[in-house]
Design a protein around this ligand. Structure first.
Ligand code: ADP
Ligand code: MG
Ligand code: MG
Length: 887
């Protein structure tokens, strides 16, 4: 097996094998860009190492050959005492995991070669600085020494000298630090720092392999749904030095603004520094635009390369570069992460620039990003007390209690509190807290700091680099420039779109994207974001095959969903219509003794139901409305058994209990079920309670007749829930047809309605071929179907043990959130095929929560459903994803 590739041998499409970093280094090399020479050890080598605990036997030889070639190219030998070649050993997985894994710079330095480096560069300080960095990174990464040891040694050296920055330490100070660091290594590991250059390189490689399974990397992968068996590649890259004085430096750049998507010059630069310094925030960076004044030649060259990269990758790229004594070197590029707004703006801008077509633009945005843009944001902040303005690192409006550490964030969030994690800067150990928090605020670090990058990836609101705030982790306070002190537990509001930080709770309002969908904002009115959304959603509509309906059970929701683009109602629940003041009518029905009492109770409910349907048919005029007959267990409409027992007992004590009280208590006892979700509900109610479904059908039919007479175009479809056997459906269907005929005759209006069923029991799915005989349509009730297929009680398991299941990797996401394609999806596939086998024109839809979940929508498209139905706010998301599924 070939385990090692020279950069010239790879390309950008080999991310599986070379990792993202390696594949793109190869691509840049082959584009003729100035990349320091090097080679990549493949992910396959890592996988073999992780499986067996040892390197594949041929690896050492292959690495040796490539190292020899690299030495030849560079005209230097690794770690040579007189003129050493130094290399970096860099992790790089298929998917970027910012800051998660390890890199060691300056490999090849030892007690001898450090002098060679000093002689060759003519800069003793630089050589010692490079050596202490190697000792520090190697100590942390390879030898697992707590980084604190090194950092406090640096702090002590600075203090002794009265120095503020690490660059104020001179060659002698750094030589002393090297000694101290070597002592730390001996003290902590019982062994000397390895002097053999090749051993350093091999140990670092192994450490990178092992960092794949570091706890924080595992957590990040779970969060980002990255498979755990990919492994990482390792890149060995000849060192170039940004720490060779003021005409050297290092930086990061974006070809467009990753926060807004607009064009311009974005990035950070740090003079006389090595790579990690920029991200770690050891000193304050300058804006990239400043580089023009510092080194115009390199700046111009960099802009040229950025344009080359954008035209080559046809997308926003982010870049790491280093300048060594006026020479520019490219150290990394990749298609950059971006906010939701940036994704939409960039996709449309690239279409305008003629670089990509509309289909490709649609592929570049996601339903999750659209959902993100529909989040509310802060309304008027005129009355709010502004504490400061930091950098707008990741958009959104977050209000929460201040917490200062990850553990507290996790604890408070578990107790149901909304918290904002406040840190001077975050590091990978803060990941848990960032996940638990509604927002993240840091006082240091730029838009490329750890906090910013990770928050953007998670779609979490983040303000970073709020330098005026003094964050004191010890006293657990934030002090603003004007002296205002915010303590742990106090409420603050952070605006990730502007960078503003406010004391207290700021009220939130609708996003412009929602206003656009509502029709209260015309695209073109000064908002390029709304224009981009408009353009891409219209394109999605033009290419999608799946219809998009909504779940709504009143006129208001129906009207809103229609404005959001719903093409009908896929699920109109009737149980909500039985709540509130109508509850006692239902009580009367349940308590009825004999036909007469029951008919009277039903007769009282009829006009109320009819009124509801008239309203809905009006709002959805000309569009299909699927009305589901009563589904939940009846006891949901009655008082709680324990409460009622106590109340009646007390009343009896006082001699005040009525006959009505006793009847109610009896009924509640009679209807009480151990497993209500598996009990008397759905079609079973229709069969057991005479007249109930007939009344509902009559209400639907009379409402439709009335709308027709008024010139409307009502299009009702009647849906029977929880059918498991075709016989159940046939019984109810007969009754339904009879009532429709009766109302038709009585009103003189022709009433054609489809009669169908939900498929939400495994038995229904498995006998779909039979059920289709009596059904005009199927609607997959994926919430219940998931519950029944897995045997998970929807109302209990998520809180009870799902977090454990997620932790243990049993599934990556709750099957109630995103459809379990293998299990539940297979049921849907079987039912669709067998149903259509019986009845080729069988209409198929889905009405569970999954109808608005992006991944699930793609599956529903694939399996050939006619439409999905979801809550009104998810309708635009489903439209977009249905379009994406079709291209
Ligand atoms: P990460 O994936 O965390 O960004 P990298 O492997 O990119 O880690 O390396 C960390 C830092 O070191 C980056 O700033 C990078 O540009 C810098 N770096 C890596 N290799 C070299 C090299 N050969 N010469 C100079 N700087 C390097
Ligand atoms: Mg990097
Ligand atoms: Mg159901």
């Amino acid at each position: 097996t070939k385990y090692v590739y020279a950069f010239a041998e790879g390309n950008k499409d080999q991310k599986d094998l070379l990792g993202g970093k390696g594949a793109n280094l190869a691509e840049m090399t082959n584009l003729g860009l100035p990349v320091p020479p090097g080679f990549t050890i493949t992910t396959r080598a890592c996988q073999a190492f992780l499986e067996t605990g040892a390197n594949p036997p041929e690896l050492a030889g292959q690495v040796g050959e490539h190292l020899a070639a690299l030495e030849k190219t560079m005209g230097k030998t690794l770690g040579d005492a007189a003129d050493p070649l130094l290399v970096s050993v860099r992790s790089g997985a298929k998917f970027s995991m910012p800051g998660m894994m390890e890199t060691v710079l300056n490999v090849g330095l030892n007690d001898e070669s450090v002098h060679g480096l000093a002689n060759q560069s003519g800069d003793e300080r630089f050589a010692q600085d490079s050596y202490r960095r190697l000792l520090q990174m190697f100590g942390k990464t390879v030898l697992d020494i707590d980084g604190e040891h090194f950092e406090s040694a640096i702090d002590a050296a600075k203090k002794a000298k009265g120095a503020k920055n690490d660059i104020d330490l001179d060659a002698d100070d750094l030589r002393d630090l090297v000694k101290t660091f070597k002592k730390i290594i001996v003290d902590e590991t019982g062994q000397d720092f390895p002097q053999d250059p090749r051993a350093q390189m091999d140990l670092a490689t192994q450490a990178v392999f092992e960092s794949w399974n570091a706890p924080r990397a595992i957590l990040y992968r779970r969060q980002e749904r990255i498979p755990s068996d990919l492994g990482t590649a390792v890149n060995i890259v000849a060192m170039v030095f940004g720490n060779l004085g003021p005409d050297s430096g290092t930086g990061v750049a974006f070809t467009r603004d990753p926060a807004t998507g607009r064009t311009g010059i974005y990035g950070d630069y740090l003079q006389n520094a090595q790579g990690e310094d920029v991200v770690a925030g050891v000193r304050n960076t300058v804006a990239l635009a400043e580089l023009e004044n510092i080194d115009k030649k390199s700046f111009d060259q960099l802009l040229g390369i950025m344009s080359t990269l954008e035209h080559h990758y046809l997308d926003l790229c982010d870049i790491e570069f280093t300048i060594e004594r006026g020479n520019l070197w490219m150290l990394q590029t990749r298609v950059g992460k971006r906010t939701a707004a940036a994704a939409f703006r960039i996709a449309v801008a690239l279409v305008e620039e003629g670089l990509i077509d509309q289909d490709e633009a649609l592929r570049r945005v996601t339903g999750d990003q659209l959902a993100n843009l529909m989040f509310p944001r802060f309304g008027s902040t005129a009355d709010a007390k502004k504490l400061t303005k930091g950098m707008n690192a990741s958009p959104g409006a977050a209000v929460g209690k201040v917490v200062f550490d990850s553990a507290t964030a996790v604890r408070e969030a578990a107790a149901g509190e909304k918290v904002i994690l406040v840190r001077r800067e975050t590091n990978p150990d803060d990941l848990n807290g960032m996940i638990a928090a509604v927002g993240v605020l840091t006082s240091r670090g730029g838009k490329t700091s750890h906090a910013a990058v990770v928050a953007r990836g998670m779609g979490k609101t983040c303000v970073c680099g709020a330098e005026e705030l003094e964050v004191d982790q010890k006293s657990r306070t934030i002090t603003a420039a004007d002296g205002t002190v915010v303590s742990e537990g106090d409420l603050i509001s952070i605006d990730g779109s502007t960078g503003d930080v406010f004391l207290g709770e700021v009220p939130v309002t609708d996003s412009p994207v929602v206003e656009y969908f509502e029709g209260t904002l015309e695209p073109g009115e000064n908002d390029d974001l709304v224009q981009a959304v408009d353009r891409l959603i219209k394109h999605a509509d033009s290419v999608r095959r799946l219809g998009v309906r909504t779940n709504a059970d009143n006129g208001e929701d129906s009207a809103r969903a229609r404005r959001f683009g719903a093409e009908g109602i896929g699920l109109c629940r009737t149980e909500h219509m039985f709540l509130g003041e109508r509850r006692h009518q239902v009580e009367r029905l349940i308590l009825a003794e004999g036909k007469e009492e029951r008919d009277a109770a039903l007769a009282a409910l009829l006009p109320l139901q009819r009124g509801d349907f008239i309203e809905i048919f009006e709002a959805m005029d000309g569009k299909e409305v699927t009305v589901r007959l009563l589904d939940p267990p009846l006891h949901e409409f009655l008082p709680d058994l324990t409460d009622l027992s106590v109340r009646v007992a007390v009343a009896q004590e006082r001699g005040e209990a009525t006959e009505e009280d006793h009847r109610l208590l009896d009924a509640v006892r009679r209807l009480h079920e151990q497993n209500p979700m598996l009990g008397l509900r759905g079609v079973r109610l229709g069969i057991v309670i005479p007249g109930l479904f007939a009344m509902q059908v009559r209400a639907i039919a009379e409402a439709a007749a009335q709308r027709k007479k008024a010139g409307g175009d009502p299009r009702a479809e009647i849906m029977i829930p929880l059918v498991g056997a075709v016989q159940e459906l046939e019984l109810v269907r007969d009754e339904t047809e009879r009532v429709l005929a009766e109302v038709g005759a009585a009103t003189g209006v022709e009433l054609h309605m489809l009669i169908g069923t939900m498929i939400e029991l495994p038995r229904a799915a498995l006998t779909a071929g039979q059920i289709a005989v009596a059904a005009d349509f199927f609607s997959f009730g994926t919430n219940d179907l998931t519950q029944m297929v897995w045997g998970f009680s929807r109302d209990d398991v998520e809180a009870a043990f799902f977090s454990r299941y997620l932790d243990r990797g049993i599934f990556g996401v709750s099957p109630f959130e995103s459809l379990d394609v293998e299990g539940v999806g297979r049921m849907i596939r079987i039912a669709s095929e067998e149903g259509r086998g019986t009845r080729p024109d069988l209409k198929l839809g889905v009405c569970g929560e999954h109808g608005g979940d992006p991944a699930s929508v793609h599956f529903f498209h694939q399996v050939g459903l006619d439409y999905v139905s979801c809550s009104p706010f998810r309708v635009p998301v489903a439209r977009l994803e249905a379009g994406r599924a079709a291209i």
